[in-house]
Design a protein around this ligand. Structure first.
Ligand SMILES: NC(=O)c1ccc[n+]([C@@H]2O[C@H](COP(=O)([O-])OP(=O)(O)OC[C@H]3O[C@@H](n4cnc5c(N)ncnc54)[C@H](O)[C@@H]3O)[C@@H](O)[C@H]2O)c1
Ligand SMILES: *[C@@H]1O[C@H](CO)[C@@H](O)[C@H](O)[C@H]1NC(C)=O
Length: 438
């Protein structure tokens, strides 16, 4: 996952300390004597307005990043009969034997694609997302608008909000949860470790707590990551390989998720399927990932950092096109067995699975750059750098035979073909053609 991410990229998004602000000392307060109470009133009104204005400028919609671990303190508007109607209508099943799926992280890259694919084939889909500012919120809003046009509503809220989750299950008895909400990114974990614990551990546990207690319990499919293979050198990575030497806090929280999944399966009979995605890319992708900001920087004529390993070793990724990942996600949902518990009690053994979803053909990062140069018709300024030892691994390569056997998973898009689609989307989206983009 975004193992190619650059240091410089997130340097400007250091978390701020929200809630503190200074008001400049105003000379009016001490110097001038006010004789008219009307004037006094006017002054205080202005002061009040100024404070409100400052609050607005510091709100999450501004460019000031808010510490994501405090995001849960934001209050969201939910509830009421109009809201419930919207939730129900979004989750209504339109095909025979369709499922009812709660998709967390629905305004995210993978979440948007999975939600629209489910909706298209007639399943009921309700999205949930907290629209945090880890990367440009406008892109999440644009994805939301896209989903809205297909009839998917995204509830705005945090997976740590237990009351909201309980309410959603009260309104809609979801048969499945597609859990994609997470704090992604490898390097950002050094800047904001709390956000990983908040979303990937605390949030996941909160979601599972609600899922185990509702009746009927849903089956859960969730996103782990290829980063759990950490410092492993044996390739391709197979599901049975060791995953106890993570190279980043991100990877550690995903590995923790897999262990937590085991626990909830064991104690409460929840059906749980973890999917280890390998560097997913494509239209509507994530701006913090290398293929995305390489495109941006190449077009701007800005040098791009290209990593190489020790002794000029190749850094390569098993890039996986989004449509292939979506098919893998749907395959996992379709083959998920029912949870076996009820009333918070286990009644029998339940399904517990972990799959690699990759492309099985690692591509050197230098090749990624060459393909982008050809597609963009711009020469890249390559800044060759040594791979830092703070999260990124040298090589990823998935063994997908297990997913092939159980999910019918078979990726069909090579990097050249997939990047062509990405670049076409990128140019359209950022050329101001935001409205025209489909
Ligand atoms: N894209 C990849 O290459 C890749 C690789 C491996 C694993 N994954 C995993 O796949 C999943 C989806 O990734 P993505 O690339 O779409 O990332 P993304 O950041 O685009 O999507 C995640 C979404 O979850 C939301 N979110 C985060 N924390 C939340 C919270 N506490 N409550 C509610 N919503 C929250 C975010 O606002 C975002 O829209 C993540 O779990 C990620 O870790 C992705
Ligand atoms: C791939 O994984 C399967 C198990 O799903 C295993 O039997 C096989 O040996 C692995 N292949 C390689 C090349 O590691």
């Amino acid at each position: 996952m975004s193992q190619l991410k650059q240091i410089s990229h997130n340097d400007n998004s250091a978390p701020s300390t929200p809630g503190k602000f200074k008001i400049e000392k105003s000379p009016y307060f001490n110097r001038t004597r006010w004789h008219s109470s009307l004037a006094k009133l006017t002054l205080w009104s202005f002061a009040f307005l100024a404070v409100i204005l400052i609050f607005f400028l510091r709100s999450p919609s501004s460019s000031v990043p808010i510490d994501p671990s405090r995001r849960s303190l934001r209050t969201y508007n939910w509830g009421g009969s109009a809201w419930e109607k919207r939730v129900r209508s979004s989750a209504r099943v339109r095909s025979r034997n369709g499922m009812t799926v709660l998709v967390t992280g629905a305004a995210g890259f993978v979440g948007t694609h999975v939600s629209s694919a489910l909706k298209r084939r007639g399943d009921g889909v309700l999205g949930m997302d907290n629209f945090n500012d880890y990367y440009e919120i406008s892109l999440k809003r644009a994805r939301q608008a896209l989903l809205e046009r297909t009839g998917v509503y995204i509830v705005e809220g945090d997976i740590n909000d237990e009351a909201l989750l309980r309410k959603l299950f009260e309104v809609v008895p979801f048969t499945h949860v597609m859990h994609l909400a997470a704090q992604a990114g490898v390097r950002y974990a050094m800047q904001n470790p709390g956000s990983y614990v908040h979303s990937n551990i605390a949030g996941f546990v909160n979601l599972l707590e609600v899922c185990k207690s509702v009746n009927p319990q849903p089956a859960i499919v969730w996103a782990s990551s290829s980063s759990v293979y950490g410092l492993n050198t044996k390739v391709p990575f197979s599901e049975r390989d060791r995953t106890d030497q993570p190279a980043s806090l991100y990877a550690a929280t995903k590995k923790a998720g897999e262990e937590i999944a085991h626990t909830y399966n064991h104690i409460y009979g929840l059906s749980l399927t973890g999917l280890r995605f390998f560097t997913v890319y494509g239209p509507w992708g994530r701006p913090d990932m290398a293929y995305f900001f390489f495109t941006k920087d190449i077009l701007k004529g800005k040098p791009i950092p290209v990593f190489e390993a020790a002794n000029h070793g190749t850094v390569a990724r098993d890039f996986t096109y989004i449509d292939d990942i979506v098919r893998g996600c749907l395959g996992a949902l379709d083959t998920a067995e029912k949870s076996t518990g009820s009333g918070g009690k286990k009644r029998g053994p339940a399904q517990l699975r972990v799959f690699n979803l990759g492309n099985t053909s690692p591509v050197p990062v230098t090749e990624l750059v060459s393909i982008l140069e050809r597609l963009l018709k711009v020469k890249a300024k390559r800044n060759i750098m040594k791979l830092p030892r703070n999260g990124d691994v040298q090589f990823t390569h998935a063994n997908i035979s297990y997913a092939q056997r159980e999910l019918g998973y078979k990726p069909t898009t090579d990097l050249q073909t997939g990047l062509k689609k990405f670049v076409r989307w990128y140019l359209n989206y950022y050329s101001g053609g935001k409205k025209a983009v489909e």
